[in-house]
Design a protein around this ligand. Structure first.
Ligand SMILES: Cc1cc2nc3c(=O)[nH]c(=O)nc-3n(C[C@H](O)[C@H](O)[C@H](O)COP(=O)(O)OP(=O)(O)OC[C@H]3O[C@@H](n4cnc5c(N)ncnc54)[C@H](O)[C@@H]3O)c2cc1C
Length: 396
């Protein structure tokens, strides 16, 4: 009887190969640039090109549309590896995914062919525009940006704020109200190119962290969007936006786990080298306890993240819960671990000559964007206790 050779786990092999390449690129090209990217506060086009040349911008996109056809798990591991060294650079990969997700989720074959192929190759850069000055956490309730159909065109008017990469993006997925009488069911999604008449970049924000990732205002002034660029049907925009967040929140959790892991590695190495009271500070039990808690937190967040990513790969029915838990845990861990890393470095931790203060500033955003930590808790709690609706007079 012939011996059947065990099937090679080609997927795991492919992931290991990708991660080897990423670690090498990060060590040689990204990590040495991280402090400068933060200091200059400019989008690092060299890093964007590096990622594009190495096929890192379309990892979970289907091969049919120019992507690697990799798993979501591989994608989050890549974001994590980059974020260990440079949170701003990790966003180049995460926001390409965020901006492409509405097309991946709701696009027609024609829209996918036209846009995903260029996003996968890095020829195009993407952004995702949901937030407005009056609508952040309450994205649906207070949206003002309007889209009105006139013949074969939608005319967009309004302003979006806090749009990551909005000023460097070729393509932005924009959410706007098409029917104000329908609330969340009156919101639609559009693929908007930067060349469309009426597309304008407004204020560029000055920020605490992720300073190499531009965050801008986008102003739509009678912006002309071909009707064929509507994603899904009219009124499906908010549902698309929420489905996107289910798959993009693990990307932010990956960024958070990466930042925390990078800070922990740095602090642990420093604790072995810095001498106080005649021995390395890492031999003081007070710091050992801190390091042990940091390590345990990072690993707990990573396990939650990888499980959420697996759920994304399986399109599991409870993705929303797992994505929210991963983002919540990882964001809080990133903030705590980076703050402790600064503490372990003492005065040097507070200096811009050491990376921990940058990591601490970068960590904060992971508790805010793609739904604040309070919103993640609401999402998680709703799976336990449901969403209460006051009884109507007819039913009471
Ligand atoms: C650097 C940066 C990049 C961003 N990138 C993008 C992007 O690319 N695209 C995009 O569309 N948006 C983006 N955002 C927007 C981001 O998602 C929002 O800032 C975030 O969702 C919070 O909205 P808000 O700022 O309006 O805060 P608010 O909604 O005003 O919240 C203020 C505070 O109230 C709390 N809160 C609100 N509602 C509740 C509630 N029901 N229960 C308990 N607490 C509550 C919040 O947690 C928060 O602490 C970005 C933001 C930043 C800062």
């Amino acid at each position: 009887m012939a011996i059947v050779a065990p099937t090679l786990d080609t997927h795991a092999e492919e992931e290991a190969m990708i991660l080897d390449v990423v670690r090498q690129l990060v060590a040689e090209k990204v990590e040495p640039r991280a402090a400068e990217i933060d200091e200059k506060g400019e989008f690092p086009w060299d890093v964007q090109r590096l990622f594009a040349e190495n096929d890192l911008l379309g990892i979970p996109f289907p091969a049919e549309y120019g992507g690697v056809g990799g798993s979501f798990l591989t994608y989050v591991k890549v974001v994590e590896e980059v974020a260990k060294a440079c949170a701003s650079s990790s966003l180049i990969i995460a926001v390409q995914e965020l901006g492409a997700l509405p097309i991946l989720i709701a696009g027609t074959h024609k829209q996918k062919e036209k846009y995903l192929t260029k996003l996968a190759s890095g020829e195009y850069t993407a952004a995702y525009a949901l937030t407005e000055s009056g609508s952040g956490s309450d994205a649906a309730g207070s949206m003002r940006c309007r889209a009105e159909r006139r013949g074969d065109t939608y005319v967009l008017n309004g302003t979006k704020i806090w749009i990551t990469q909005g000023n460097v993006a070729d393509v932005v997925c924009v959410f706007a109200v098409t029917d104000p009488s329908k609330g969340a069911n009156g919101i639609s999604a559009f693929i908007v190119e930067k060349t469309f008449p009426g597309f304008n970049v407004g204020k560029v924000e000055k920020k605490m962290g992720i300073r190499g990732s531009p965050t801008v205002e986008l102003v739509f002034d009678h912006c002309q969007v071909p009707a064929e660029n509507l994603l899904g049907a009219e009124g499906e925009g908010f549902k698309i936006a929420m489905k996107v967040l289910d798959k993009s929140r693990p990307g932010i959790a990956a960024q958070a786990v990466g930042i925390a892991g990078g800070a922990l590695d740095y602090a642990a190495k420093y604790a072995q080298e810095r001498i106080a009271f005649g021995k390395p500070i890492g031999q003081q039990q007070g710091l050992q306890f801190m390091l042990a808690d940091m390590k345990t937190d990072v690993e707990a967040a990573r396990l939650l993240l990888y499980e959420a990513a697996r759920k994304c790969d399986q399109n599991a029915p409870d993705i929303t819960l797992w994505a929210a838990m991963a983002k919540l845990k990882a964001g809080d861990v990133a903030m705590r671990v980076t703050t402790d890393a600064v503490q372990i470095l003492g005065g040097f931790g507070y200096s811009v000559e050491y990376p921990t203060e940058r990591m601490m500033r970068d960590a904060k955003i992971t508790q805010i964007y793609e739904g604040t930590q309070q919103i993640q808790r609401l999402v998680i709690a709703r799976t336990l206790v449901g969403r209460w609706k006051p009884p109507t007079s007819a039913s009471s």
